[in-house]
Write a protein of this length. Structure first.
Length: 225
């Protein structure tokens, strides 16, 4: 199956004065974007490294250098990456489509705020597979797709931040008044920069989760109301 890289958020912004991001995709599109990342990683010369370790390397490089360290293009899925019986195909797809979009959205939110790789590792990163008794490989799939979604989203968010487009992102989140008012993000509306400077990790984590939830409702088909 041929894969195509996920459209970048920056491509959906007309300029720094824009109020919306013209970017809407479904879960399958985001999963495909992540699988394009996996395919590129397996084609690199560090095959002795675990995929999760390579993703962490990429996250740290994005945080420090700003570029996208993975050469993406149309690619083929490496079938050996997550081998499982055909009987578990549906379960695997369900895990991918459930985990990847929200991880991507969380990555975007943290990228826009230039969160550090250390913060992401401590608060969002899955360093080990979950236990899935019903589907043994399911834990590894959840771990890998969650982390890859974080990395891909983080890159796209940092691209907005470094390009002076963070304000567009925030205006986009507020464009649907009713949705914004009823979201978990609304309580943060009047928080000042000084207040944020005193936040601990748990407050920042909740803030990013709230931003990600609203972003998903505005831009990911399955979360739209």
């Amino acid at each position: 199956m041929a894969l195509v890289p996920l459209q970048r958020l920056s491509a959906g912004i007309s300029g720094p004065d824009a109020n919306t991001i013209n970017w809407t995709h479904d879960a399958a599109d985001i999963v495909e974007g992540v699988e394009c990342v996996f395919a590129a990683l397996t084609a690199q010369d560090e095959k002795e490294k675990d995929i999760v370790e390579q993703l962490m390397d990429a996250l740290e490089e994005i945080s420090e250098e700003g570029g996208w360290p993975i050469a993406l293009g149309a690619a083929l899925v490496a079938a050996e990456l997550f081998p499982f019986a055909a009987a578990n195909m549906g379960a695997a797809e369900d895990i991918k489509k459930k985990r990847t979009p929200i991880a991507f959205a969380e990555g975007v939110a943290m990228g826009v705020e230039a969160a550090s790789a250390d913060f992401i590792k401590a608060n969002f990163w899955q360093s080990s597979p979950e236990i899935n008794v019903a589907f043994e490989q399911g834990g590894k799939i959840a771990q890998s797709y969650t982390n890859a979604g974080l990395v891909l989203g983080y890159y796209q968010g940092r691209e907005l931040q470094r390009g002076g487009l963070s304000d567009v992102f925030y205006r986009d989140l507020k464009r649907d008044f009713i949705l914004y008012t009823n979201s978990q993000l609304q309580p943060y509306a009047d928080v000042s920069t000084d207040e944020q400077d005193s936040w601990g990790d748990s407050q920042w984590k909740n803030f990013y989760i709230a931003m990600a939830g609203l972003f998903a409702q505005l831009h990911v088909t399955e979360y739209m109301k």
